[in-house]
Design a protein around this ligand. Structure first.
Ligand code: UDP
Length: 242
C-alpha cells in the first residue's frame, strides 16, 4: 500500500502502521533500493524547527514512521487517526525480518561493552541472523566506518548514535551503500544489552515511556521535559493545511 504523508510543523509523517512500514521496507530491499527510515518523534520535529539541515533530512528520508505520544496527538489535531510505532519495536521487527530473509545486518552504536552484549542478546533471540558488521558508536571519522560498511554490503543497518548524529550519518552512508534499509534507533542498544530497562508495559500503554526514561536517567529531564508541552502548543497553534 502507498503511504500517505501528513505534515506536523512542516515535517512529513507517514500515516502508516508497523506492519505496513515493515512491508514497505521489505519491498525496498527486494528492489535493491536504499531506504532511510526515521521513527519521528516530537524532539526531532522541534529540532527541525531550528536546524535547517536536519529539517531537510526529515523531508528527504524515505519513510517517517510516527513515534511518541506527542506525534500521535499532533496527527489527531490534524484529523488523522494513526497509532504510533515505537522505534525499539520497529527495530525488533526489522531484526526478525532480517533473520527470516537472510538479510545481511550491521549493528553500529552505543558503548563498546553495550554493543557487544546487545549483539550477543540479539543473536540469542535470532540465531539465524547474519550479522556482518558491528561496532561501537564512538568514532571520529564517519567516512572510515562507511568504507568498512561498503565492503560488507549490509542490507539492514541499525544505527544507535542518538539524534541527529545517526540521521546525519545515514545521509552520508546512503550515497555510498546500495540496497540497504537504514534506521536510527537512539538508545535501543542500551535496552537490547539489558543495561537499561525497557519501560514497563503500563507506561508504554499510556504513552508515558518518556516519563519513565526521565525518571531513570534524570540527566534527560532538562532536555526532554519542557519539550512535549511546547511541541503540543505549537501544533495547536499551527493552522497550516496539508
Ligand atoms: N551514542 C553513540 N555515539 C555517540 C553518542 C551517543 O553511540 O557519539 C549512543 C549512546 O551510547 C546511546 C545512544 O547513542 O546508546 C543515544 O541514546 P539516547 O538515549 O540519547 O538517544 P535517544 O533514544 O534519546 O535518541
Amino acid at each position: 500500500m502507498e503511504k500517505r504523508n501528513i505534515t506536523v510543523l512542516k515535517c512529513p509523517v507517514a500515516l502508516i502502521d508497523t506492519d505496513e512500514a515493515l512491508k514497505n521496507t521489505d519491498n525496498a530491499l527486494k528492489n535493491n533500493q536504499n531506504f532511510h527510515i526515521i521513527t519521528i518523534n516530537p524532539e526531532m520535529i522541534m529540532n527541525a524547527q531550528k536546524n535547517a539541515e536536519f529539517f531537510e533530512i526529515l523531508r528527504n528520508s524515505d519513510l517517517n514512521i510516527p513515534d511518541g505520544i506527542g506525534v500521535e496527538i499532533a496527527l489527531k489535531l490534524k484529523g488523522a487517526n494513526q497509532k504510533r510505532t515505537r522505534g525499539i519495536d520497529f527495530s525488533r521487527k526489522l531484526l526478525k525480518l532480517a533473520s527470516e530473509n537472510g538479510y545481511k545486518t550491521a549493528l553500529v552504536g552505543a558503548k563498546e561493552e553495550i554493543i557487544q552484549k546487545a549483539k550477543e542478546n540479539i543473536l540469542n533471540k535470532y540465531p539465524n541472523l547474519n550479522v556482518v558488521y558491528s561496532r561501537n558508536g564512538y568514532f571520529k571519522d564517519d567516512e572510515e566506518i562507511i568504507e568498512e560498511l561498503k565492503s560488507v554490503e549490509p542490507q539492514i543497518l541499525l544505527l544507535g548514535l542518538g539524534s541527529p548524529k545517526q540521521e546525519e550519518f545515514i545521509v552520508k552512508a546512503k550515497k555510498e551503500l546500495s540496497g540497504c534499509a537504514m534506521i536510527g534507533i537512539g538508545g535501543s542498544f542500551d535496552v537490547f544489552s539489558g543495561v537499561i530497562k525497557e519501560s514497563p508495559i503500563i507506561f508504554r500503554k499510556l504513552g508515558l515511556e518518556w516519563l519513565y526514561r526521565t525518571i531513570l536517567q534524570p540527566e534527560r529531564f532538562k532536555r526532554i521535559f519542557p519539550l512535549l508541552p511546547i511541541f503540543l502548543i505549537k501544533c495547536i497553534m499551527d493552522t497550516s493545511k496539508d
